[in-house]
Design a protein around this ligand. Structure first.
Ligand code: ADP
Length: 268
């Protein structure tokens, strides 16, 4: 809301009233503001790796390239920053496709338990850090109608965050529950990491929002992972949210509607 005041004044100069008009900031103004913020964020996110690269390349050009020890390290930095920019641009393209609805979902009916386990196994194979994985899932098939590439991306984003913010020796718990009354599954991924302050809990799903900018940038994040996850879960008619206790850990939850078990066309 925005307020504007007018003073009611008689010809004699005597003030005998005050009118306050409250305007609703229009939807259009809000969209414009969001767009400006978004452009400012993107510019900032790209400027940071670019200025880093410029200074390392300058040092190399000034002679560091001749130093056998320094040159590979500096080149490594420029490579890491380039990769970060590629990730960022890919994430941005994905979001912009979703914004413009220029998006096709290729949904299939799949057993979520089997699908989820395969993804967890991939992380189990490649994890370098010492974290334990615990699974709690129903002993039965549960069919959901999903675009497996998109939901894989959602899970990759959530699980890689859980790994990033986990301490050495921490446990990550993967849970699937059936909520029959709502005809949906509730999926959760819990870690024992740093946690998120209460006031930030909803904001982590916003574009570019990071709780600790310096730290997450060091960990290579783009600040877009959960924003993409949210768009994709909502496009599947699900919800996504987080709960957390600072210093104790974080849980990300999402729901997906249960689909008919029969594959499309089976009834024909
Ligand atoms: P990023 O690429 O920075 O990880 P995300 O959109 O995936 O971006 O996450 C947004 C922010 O939410 C992160 O920068 C981090 O501050 C916070 N966050 C996400 N997951 C966790 C987690 N498991 N534990 C602690 N903080 C988290």
């Amino acid at each position: 809301l925005r307020a504007s005041n007018s003073i009611i004044q008689k010809e004699t100069g005597f003030i005998n009233g005050l009118i306050t008009v409250l305007h609703d900031i229009t939807e259009q103004e809000k969209i414009d503001l969001e767009r400006r913020e978004f452009v400012a964020n993107v510019s900032h996110e790209l400027r940071t790796p670019l200025t880093t690269m410029r200074s390392y390349l300058e040092a190399l050009a000034d002679g560091a390239w001749q130093d056998d020890e320094i040159a590979p390290r500096f080149l490594d930095v420029t490579q890491t920053e380039t990769e970060r920019m590629i990730r960022l641009v890919n994430d941005l393209l994905q979001l912009s496709k979703m914004d413009s609805r220029d998006y096709n979902f290729y949904k299939n009916s799949v057993d979520f338990v089997e699908f989820f386990n395969k993804i967890i196994e991939r992380f189990e194979m490649s994890k370098s850090q010492k974290v334990d994985f615990v699974r709690s899932m129903p002993n039965q098939e549960i069919f959901v109608s999903i675009d497996t590439d998109k939901i894989t991306q959602v899970l990759d984003n959530i699980i890689s965050n859980a790994m990033k913010y986990s301490p050495e020796g921490g446990t990550i718990t993967f849970t699937v529950d059936i909520e029959e009354a709502a005809n949906q599954i509730l999926v959760s991924i819990s870690d024992q990491g740093v946690g998120i302050p209460k006031s930030d809990l909803n904001k982590i799903f916003e574009r570019f929002y990071r709780v600790d900018k310096a730290r997450t940038r060091m960990l290579g994040g783009t600040g877009l992972g959960l924003a993409i996850a949210k768009e994709m879960i909502q496009a599947h008619d699900g919800d996504i949210w987080a709960s957390s206790v600072e210093g104790k850990g974080t849980t990300i939850y999402f729901t997906l509607p249960i689909s008919e078990e029969e594959q499309e066309g089976d009834w024909e």
